[in-house]
Design a protein. Structure first.
Length: 45
């Protein structure tokens, strides 16, 4: 039940994640979510 939501969260918005690191200061909230999405797939790998 946990691996399913995590996998769907990453592909859910791959475009915004790529733009998040570009402007971390502009969107601090997005950066936090982007880090969680990247941490989920990284930990799974």
């Amino acid at each position: 039940a946990k691996p399913k939501p995590a996998a769907e969260t990453a592909p859910a918005r791959p475009e915004p994640v790529a733009e998040t690191p570009a402007e971390p200061a502009a969107q601090p909230a997005g950066s936090a979510e982007a880090e969680e999405i990247f941490t989920s797939p990284m930990l799974r790998r």
